[in-house]
Design a protein around this ligand. Structure first.
Ligand code: ZN
Length: 133
């Protein structure tokens, strides 16, 4: 079952430049930055109530975020839903004929289990499921 929108992923060219807007204009503090090797990204998390903003900066030209920036420029990259059972959520999506990017969950930021659905199966919105370990 989905619990809440955990975070919005936003692609940026530089976290150092982009964070000024969140910190100075919106007045939210950066909680942590982390490099996620599996996705070739550096992330920065900001809390807004129970929901987070995840800034994503590519660490390599092969990063999916580098490709996204090339094609679309900076902006909203994905929406992440927290689920209490990521395996069941993926199985349900698969049964409904949804294309999955990850057949089984991978390790994401904060040591969470994450998996992505293909945007072609989700109305053009890249969708992430995440669950606590
Ligand atoms: Zn995410």
């Amino acid at each position: 079952m989905l619990k809440k929108i955990d975070h919005l992923g936003i692609a940026v060219k530089s976290i150092d430049e982009a964070r000024t807007y969140y910190e100075q204009v919106l007045g939210v503090a950066c909680e942590k930055t982390e490099v996620v090797e599996s996705q070739k990204v550096k992330t920065a998390f900001f809390s807004v109530g129970e929901t987070h903003i995840e800034l994503l900066e590519p660490t390599s030209p092969e990063s999916p975020i580098a490709k996204f920036l090339e094609n679309k420029g900076p902006g909203i990259h994905h929406i992440a839903y927290e689920t209490d059972d990521i395996d069941a959520q993926l199985e349900k999506a698969r049964k409904e004929g949804c294309r999955l990017i990850h057949e089984t969950p991978i390790e994401g930021a904060g040591g969470k289990k994450v998996a992505f659905l293909h945007p072609k199966s989700s109305g053009g919105v890249l969708t992430e499921f995440c669950s606590k370990k």
